[in-house]
Ligand binder design. Structure first.
Ligand code: FES
Length: 93
Protein backbone atom coordinates (compact mmCIF):
# COMPACT_ATOMS: atom_id res chain seq x y z
CA UNK A 1 0.00 0.00 0.00
CA UNK A 2 1.37 3.32 -1.05
CA UNK A 3 1.21 6.23 1.40
CA UNK A 4 -0.82 9.21 0.29
CA UNK A 5 0.39 12.71 0.75
CA UNK A 6 -1.94 15.06 2.56
CA UNK A 7 -1.97 18.28 0.63
CA UNK A 8 -4.73 20.17 2.38
CA UNK A 9 -6.22 20.11 5.84
CA UNK A 10 -9.84 21.12 5.89
CA UNK A 11 -10.99 22.81 9.04
CA UNK A 12 -14.50 23.20 10.36
CA UNK A 13 -16.60 26.35 10.31
CA UNK A 14 -14.70 29.44 11.46
CA UNK A 15 -15.87 31.04 14.69
CA UNK A 16 -14.68 34.11 16.50
CA UNK A 17 -13.89 34.09 20.21
CA UNK A 18 -12.88 37.00 22.40
CA UNK A 19 -9.66 36.54 24.36
CA UNK A 20 -8.68 39.31 26.74
CA UNK A 21 -10.77 41.73 24.72
CA UNK A 22 -9.32 40.76 21.34
CA UNK A 23 -11.00 38.71 18.64
CA UNK A 24 -9.33 35.43 17.73
CA UNK A 25 -10.29 33.24 14.82
CA UNK A 26 -10.96 29.62 15.78
CA UNK A 27 -12.79 26.70 14.22
CA UNK A 28 -15.79 24.75 15.48
CA UNK A 29 -14.75 21.62 17.34
CA UNK A 30 -11.40 22.97 18.48
CA UNK A 31 -10.59 23.36 22.14
CA UNK A 32 -10.06 26.87 23.45
CA UNK A 33 -6.44 25.95 24.22
CA UNK A 34 -5.90 24.81 20.63
CA UNK A 35 -7.34 28.07 19.35
CA UNK A 36 -5.03 30.04 21.65
CA UNK A 37 -1.99 28.07 20.53
CA UNK A 38 -2.94 28.51 16.88
CA UNK A 39 -3.17 32.24 17.52
CA UNK A 40 0.32 32.22 19.03
CA UNK A 41 -0.69 32.60 22.66
CA UNK A 42 1.22 30.01 24.68
CA UNK A 43 0.57 31.46 28.13
CA UNK A 44 -2.93 30.67 29.30
CA UNK A 45 -2.70 31.46 32.99
CA UNK A 46 -0.18 32.33 35.66
CA UNK A 47 0.87 30.95 39.01
CA UNK A 48 -0.94 32.66 41.88
CA UNK A 49 2.17 32.98 44.04
CA UNK A 50 5.09 33.42 41.66
CA UNK A 51 3.20 34.82 38.64
CA UNK A 52 5.10 32.33 36.49
CA UNK A 53 3.54 31.63 33.13
CA UNK A 54 1.36 28.56 32.86
CA UNK A 55 -0.02 26.97 29.74
CA UNK A 56 -0.99 23.91 27.84
CA UNK A 57 0.70 20.81 29.33
CA UNK A 58 -1.21 17.52 29.39
CA UNK A 59 -3.91 18.44 26.89
CA UNK A 60 -6.40 16.04 28.43
CA UNK A 61 -7.85 17.76 31.48
CA UNK A 62 -5.57 16.31 34.15
CA UNK A 63 -3.04 19.00 35.11
CA UNK A 64 -5.14 22.19 35.37
CA UNK A 65 -2.27 24.20 33.85
CA UNK A 66 -4.58 25.67 31.21
CA UNK A 67 -7.35 27.14 33.35
CA UNK A 68 -8.93 30.44 32.39
CA UNK A 69 -12.17 32.28 32.99
CA UNK A 70 -14.65 31.45 30.21
CA UNK A 71 -17.93 33.35 29.94
CA UNK A 72 -17.49 34.45 33.57
CA UNK A 73 -16.85 30.93 34.90
CA UNK A 74 -13.43 30.71 36.59
CA UNK A 75 -11.00 27.78 36.40
CA UNK A 76 -12.28 26.30 33.16
CA UNK A 77 -9.85 23.81 31.66
CA UNK A 78 -9.41 25.23 28.20
CA UNK A 79 -7.87 22.05 26.77
CA UNK A 80 -11.13 20.14 27.15
CA UNK A 81 -13.55 22.99 26.48
CA UNK A 82 -14.69 23.57 22.91
CA UNK A 83 -14.84 27.01 21.44
CA UNK A 84 -18.29 28.51 21.05
CA UNK A 85 -19.04 31.46 18.81
CA UNK A 86 -18.50 34.67 20.77
CA UNK A 87 -17.28 33.00 23.95
CA UNK A 88 -15.31 35.32 26.16
CA UNK A 89 -12.02 34.05 27.54
CA UNK A 90 -10.01 35.87 30.20
CA UNK A 91 -6.51 34.54 30.78
CA UNK A 92 -5.45 37.36 33.09
CA UNK A 93 -6.97 36.08 36.32
S1 FES B 1 -3.48 21.19 29.70
FE1 FES B 1 -3.68 19.89 31.43
S2 FES B 1 -5.72 20.26 32.12
FE2 FES B 1 -5.52 21.42 30.31
Amino acid sequence: MKAQRISKIERATPVTIIVNGQEIQAHAGESIAAALLAAGQRQISQNNKSSAARGYFCGMGMCFECVATVDGIPNVRTCITEVAPGCIVDTSS
